[in-house]
Design a protein around this ligand. Structure first.
Ligand code: TRP
Ligand code: SF4
Length: 328
């Protein structure tokens, strides 16, 4: 039986952090052995919120791809490409934009949140409202059966499913209805306990050196009731403990017991945590350095990826045009 297809993407926002890794990227790496995978750098999506200065988008895309490869995405197995290299995304986006109402897009909680957080008010751009439509085109162009994403993307995926159903009913049964593939236990808090995000400045990057990791972990917010060694702590409300759980599985029980009894102090606990994270990331960091030394290889790889993506995209668009009576 042919393998099912997945497509997923990230906006190129520069170097990736541990939250991106735990929430999405680690899952992608695993899924490569089960599915035919398309991984996309969603560069056009960046324009929905940052259209004024576009000079860094290409560079940020390269950084993201280096992190993907360093973490174990294998271009021999998966198709890695940049959205703007495959113009079919634009054509499908246009056609799909006719199949979804403005009211439906305005109800999308992710866009609503962005509008609030970025203080956009009445200045929401037409293209920004269409963010989920562009994402639907990404997914449907490869006839993906499943989409591995973080929880925050579920509202977008629901719109894709509605659009795909609508297309199939109106014209022809061209598209599978894609399922979300969520990662369990996927949320890693930022060092301050808030959502890990570059704009908040509470992130550890996949490419951070051990010293940087050590410094950052020292700033982490822990149990506020544990002030000095000897005070019993509550690991379940401590951010550092969340990191132990994910990156220091062998020692996690000892840390928990030491924290609760008071024997383990936070400074030592943080040192252990930083060492565990550094150790975990060491192979990724090494591999990334090798990739950085030969950037033209990345550019070549992306050109090949775009060619493979285009091939699939052309086939789908042929079917779409036929179904809509645009093709002879
Ligand atoms: N919206 C996704 C994000 O912000 C990125 C994305 C673009 C995407 N196209 C996609 C994710 C298609 C999954 C499938 O992370
Ligand atoms: Fe957190 Fe460790 Fe301090 Fe306990 S000892 S509160 S787990 S940093």
């Amino acid at each position: 039986m042919p393998r099912k297809t997945i497509l997923s993407g990230m906006r190129p926002t520069g170097r990736l952090h541990l939250g991106n890794y735990v929430g999405v990227l680690a899952n992608w790496v695993k899924l490569q052995s089960e599915y035919e995978c398309f991984f996309e750098v969603a560069d056009w999506h960046v324009l929905t919120t940052s259209y004024e200065d576009t000079s860094g988008i290409l560079r940020d895309g390269i950084e993201v791809v280096m992190d993907w490869l360093a973490a174990g995405i294998d271009p021999k197995v998966s198709v890695i490409f940049v959205q703007s290299d495959v113009k079919e995304h634009a054509e499908l986006h246009l056609l799909l934009s006719m199949l979804v109402s403005v009211a439906r897009l305005e109800r999308n909680p992710t866009v609503k949140e962005q509008v609030r957080d970025l203080g956009m008010g009445d200045n929401v751009m037409y293209g920004h409202l269409g963010y989920p439509v562009l994402q639907a085109a990404d997914i449907m162009l490869y006839k993906a059966h499943a989409v591995p994403v973080g929880e925050d993307q579920l509202p977008h995926l629901e719109i894709t499913r509605e659009i795909a159903r609508r297309f199939n009913t109106l014209y022809e049964e061209v598209f599978p209805i894609p399922e979300p593939l969520l990662t369990r236990f996927a949320r890693l808090p930022g060092l301050d306990g808030k959502r890990m995000s570059k704009s908040v400045g509470n992130v550890i990057l996949l490419s951070d050196e051990p010293e940087a990791i050590g410094k950052k972990v020292m700033t982490a917010v822990t149990d506020p009731e544990k002030i000095r060694m000897g005070d019993p702590g509550h690991p379940d409300i401590c951010n550092v403990f969340a990191y132990h759980g994910r990156f220091n599985a062998d020692a996690v029980e000892d840390v928990e017991a030491g924290c609760k009894s008071g024997e383990l102090g936070c400074v030592k606990c943080k040192r252990m945590c930083a060492a565990a994270i550094s150790g975990y990331l060491a192979p990724i960091r090494e591999r990334r350095k090798e990739l950085e030394a030969d950037e033209t290889a990345i550019v070549d790889m992306l050109a090949k990826g775009a060619e493979r993506a285009r091939q699939r995209a052309r086939e789908t668009m042929q079917q779409v045009r036929q179904a809509m009576h645009f093709a002879g």
